[in-house]
Design a protein around this ligand. Structure first.
Ligand SMILES: NC(=O)c1ccc[n+]([C@@H]2O[C@H](COP(=O)([O-])OP(=O)(O)OC[C@H]3O[C@@H](n4cnc5c(N)ncnc54)[C@H](O)[C@@H]3O)[C@@H](O)[C@H]2O)c1
Length: 253
């Protein structure tokens, strides 16, 4: 039977790359995303992808989402908790509490609520997996990104606890920790940094690359391939683990 997969924030970036990889592997995928237009476009293009417009931190949106999961997939084998926001760039002393609350609400509370609703479905699967998208910032401290780093570390405790509770049901739970992912977004990050520092964009990129052994940004398709493996038949006993994919970075940057 085709794997039934739910991916949060699946209408863009890493989530969409994961959705496409699962579809290419024969799975049926449901994506949850706040971007209605993107969902419409993707579901038109891929008959194996369905979607629900909604914010993972809003319980009423999750009611709709899980009704749709039930009607579209009729069960669940894989949950990819991919949704996460970065929040503000500010020192802890100046970090706005509203932003802290928003980051915690999506990255931790939303992930918790989605997972809580998915567990009864996953328990009915014969081979279920939960994949949680953490970050380099969930392995290192991250100056000026306290809410992001705190929540991404929090997700490690979350996944490790899920692994212990759900392992006896044959459900695995792991975290993926990507470094900076290639694409237009990373380009604008470096342009922003260059504007502040007065250095060139290339100098900013070189300084970021000095932080990692392998001098390449991360390819979203490679993250997707890792997720596919962790949800696949050869990873049934891999659980409670952290999987960095960051060119062997020395710090969050
Ligand atoms: N891009 C990177 O360099 C990078 C590095 C490490 C970790 N990550 C993590 O990977 C995950 C995906 O990152 P990305 O860069 O692909 O994201 P992104 O910023 O490109 O967003 C992907 C999708 O998330 C959706 N989204 C945002 N808030 C949502 C919410 N509350 N509910 C539902 N959908 C929502 C957006 O509409 C968008 O379609 C995040 O958890 C992020 O922290 C990203």
């Amino acid at each position: 039977m085709a794997q039934r997969v739910l991916i949060t924030a699946g209408a863009g970036g890493i989530g969409l790359a994961i959705a496409k990889a699962f579809v290419a592997n024969g799975a049926r995928v449901h994506i949850a995303d706040v971007n209605a237009e993107a969902i419409q476009e993707i579901t038109k293009q891929y008959s194996a992808i369905s979607g629900t417009v909604g914010d993972i931190s809003k319980p009423s949106d999750l009611d709709t989402l899980f009704r749709d999961v039930q009607s579209q997939l009729g069960g669940l084998d894989v949950l990819v908790n991919n949704a996460g926001i970065a929040g503000a760039t500010a020192a802890v002393a100046d970090y706005p509490i509203e932003t802290w609350n928003a980051v915690v609400n999506i990255n931790l509370n939303g992930t918790f609520m989605v997972t809580q609703r998915a567990i009864p479905l996953l328990k009915q699967s014969s081979a279920a997996s939960i994949i949680v998208m953490s970050s380099l910032a969930g392995r290192f401290g991250y100056p000026n990104r306290v809410a992001y780093s705190t929540t991404k570390w929090g997700l490690v405790g979350f996944a490790k606890t899920l692994s212990l509770e759900l392992g006896p049901f044959g459900i695995t739970a792991n975290t993926i920790h990507p470094g900076a992912v290639d694409g237009p977004r990373i380009q604008s990050v470096f342009e922003g940094r260059a504007k502040i520092s007065g250095r060139t964009v290339q100098e900013e990129i070189d300084s970021a690359m000095a932080n990692q052994a392998v001098k390449h940004f991360i390819n979203a398709d490679d993250i997707a391939a890792l997720a596919l493996f962790l949800a696949g038949p050869h990873a049934r006993t891999i659980s409670g683990q952290m999987f960095p994919i960051d060119g062997d970075s020395k710090a969050a940057s």
